[in-house]
Write a new protein. Structure first.
Ligand code: XIL
Length: 365
């Protein structure tokens, strides 16, 4: 790790980073400033954002500005956003994310170049073994070169390992794999590297977090084998990204298994990112205050384990405040209560999760 701050440094940093609310974000209590707390330990803190939400909600944008050293486009750099029709590009939303990041002196984490979802219908129809190479490389060259020097890191392949597809190599039988074979992964990374040799290139996936979920433990093995293969073939990969979509209904089994997995990834010389951290309270009982405590405990347990590994260099939550979370639509509660998966609430006030995160970041636990 570049920075090895002492405990005294960390606490001094924490004090400096806890402050009174700015005029545009009202709060009745002191609040944690993630970007400052994280920076003290050589870590980048960020969030996924939607540019149209940032532009429509000035208070929320101010919160993002205060908290985030990285912005990840939640949807704006996916194929279905960038590629309305064959041969056409629409960079408007993606450009807006880059501009917002620049305006708040934040980096951009690009998401994502090859994924089995968010593929427009025209692409699904056009993609086959004879067109696949040109479609994949053409897209990556155009997009990555456009943002060369402006996007610090990319999720090059997203969710490319899937045990339930029962391939011996553990890879997901995605449309890209069906068209191009497993070599689509190498091709995507080589092409991204060619388009921007300075960008950090990552492989992102879910289901690597919990020690007590058998398929996740198995997926860690498949992931390590795949990563070793990439490195042995000289594929330019810099990082593994754990998405970090956590579930408050599960015991927070982020134990030695996760720690050892991260150690093995670090031993390969890779950086580690957490790119989509949130904690679903979709199915847990209780009033909001009770649920917030459970959610906070999950954030704390996860980060406490993950941040022990110095190769972890970036953490992005999947949204910042419960006011704007795609979980409202995709994972609603059966009782009709709003979901509360993020560190700040619908009024942009810090929740117990925000203080739990600050506690782990400062080492004050
Ligand atoms: C989700 C977004 O949050 C939604 O707004 C969108 O409708 C679908 O995609 N894994 C990923 C993310 O890598 O891109 C997904 O984001 C959530 C799961």
């Amino acid at each position: 790790m570049a920075l090895t701050p002492t405990r005294r440094d960390l606490l001094a940093g924490a004090a400096a980073a806890i402050g009174a609310p700015s005029a545009s974000v009202t709060a009745s209590q002191s609040y944690p400033v993630f970007r400052a707390l994280a920076a003290r330990r050589g870590l980048l803190w960020g969030s996924a954002v939607e540019p149209q939400v940032m532009d429509a909600d000035a208070d929320f944008a101010a919160l993002v500005r205060r908290e985030c050293a990285v912005l990840t486009p939640e949807n704006a750099m996916k194929w279905n956003a960038l590629r309305p029709a064959p041969g056409q590009f629409d960079f408007s939303a993606a450009d807006r994310v880059v501009a917002l990041a620049r305006a708040q002196n934040a980096y951009v984490h690009g998401h994502c170049l090859a994924w089995h979802e968010a593929m427009p219908d025209w692409l699904m129809q056009a993609l086959n073994p004879s067109t696949g190479r040109e479609l994949l490389t053409g897209h990556i060259l155009s997009v990555v070169s456009r943002y060369a020097g402006q996007v610090r890191s990319w999720d090059v392949v997203n969710e490319g390992v899937e045990r339930a597809d029962y391939r011996p190599d553990g890879l997901r039988a995605s449309p890209w794999l069906k068209a191009l074979g497993p070599g689509y992964i190498d091709l995507a990374f080589h092409t991204a590297h060619e388009a921007d040799p300075r960008a950090r290139l990552g492989f992102a996936d879910y289901g690597l977090e919990y020690d007590d979920v058998r398929w996740m433990v198995e997926k860690r093995c498949a992931m390590l084998i795949m990563l070793k293969g990439l490195l042995a073939r000289g594929v330019p990969i810099d990082a593994l990204a754990l998405q970090g979509h956590l579930d408050a209904a599960r015991p927070p089994s982020f134990g030695p298994g996760l720690g050892e997995f991260l150690d093995r990834v670090a031993d390969l010389g890779l950086e580690i990112y957490v790119t989509e951290l949130d904690v679903s309270d979709q199915t847990i009982p209780g009033d909001p205050a009770a649920r917030d405590q459970v959610v906070a405990g999950v954030y704390h347990a996860f980060l406490e384990r993950v941040l022990r590994q110095p190769a972890v260099r970036m953490v992005n939550t999947w949204g910042l405040a419960d006011r704007h979370t795609s979980k409202t639509t995709f994972f609603p509660r059966a009782d009709g209560q709003p979901v509360r998966p993020l560190p700040f609430d619908a009024d942009l006030q810090p929740k117990p999760a925000a203080f739990a995160i600050a506690e782990v970041l400062t080492g004050a636990y």
